[in-house]
Design a protein around this ligand. Structure first.
Ligand code: SF4
Length: 154
């Protein structure tokens, strides 16, 4: 049977929706050293949220990498946490202290194009993160998945 596909060529094996409900474990915000990419517009939004200028924000909370700007990370017993991951305010939870101004990369997880490439890519992301929210909770409809997928895709 031919898989459903959009004009942009995605094979939408997930056309019946995917279950996702964040448990606030923080696993997607830690792990091996990596990058939490953000754009200039997102820098302005995060800076304004914190009452800082963009240059103050970048110098305090971000670092310039070869491919762009990333939020800083801090090494913890859990791994390299995003600098805005808050493990203390809510007992047993790890929450984003910049939630309302968080970058697109964070807003669209786990519906990233690479995780949606195939069912096995989805299962791999779920195991490797590991993200207990994938496969749990309400079914997220295809329309909403497409918005996250295509937003993350730029
Ligand atoms: S790994 Fe999944 S369940 Fe845990 S905080 Fe991230 S999105 Fe939520």
């Amino acid at each position: 049977m031919q898989m459903a596909s959009t004009s942009s060529g995605h094979d939408e094996w997930y056309r019946d929706g995917l279950q996702f409900e964040c448990t606030q474990c923080g696993n997607c915000c830690t792990g091996p050293p990596g990058a939490v990419w953000f754009t200039e517009e997102e820098a302005a939004e995060m800076a304004s949220h914190l009452g800082l200028s963009v240059s103050e924000f970048n110098s305090k909370w971000a670092r310039r990498l070869k491919d762009g700007w990333s939020l800083k990370e801090v090494q913890t017993v859990h791994g390299w946490d995003c600098v805005f991951l808050d493990r203390t305010s809510l007992p047993g939870k790890a929450i984003c202290s910049l939630y309302n101004a968080r970058p697109i990369q964070c807003r669209t997880w786990p519906f990233w194009p690479e995780n949606l490439e195939s069912q096995s890519a989805w299962e791999d992301a779920k195991k490797q993160t590991p993200c207990p929210g994938m496969g749990r909770g309400d079914l997220i409809p295809i329309e909403q998945i497409r918005i996250s997928r295509d937003t993350e895709n730029g």
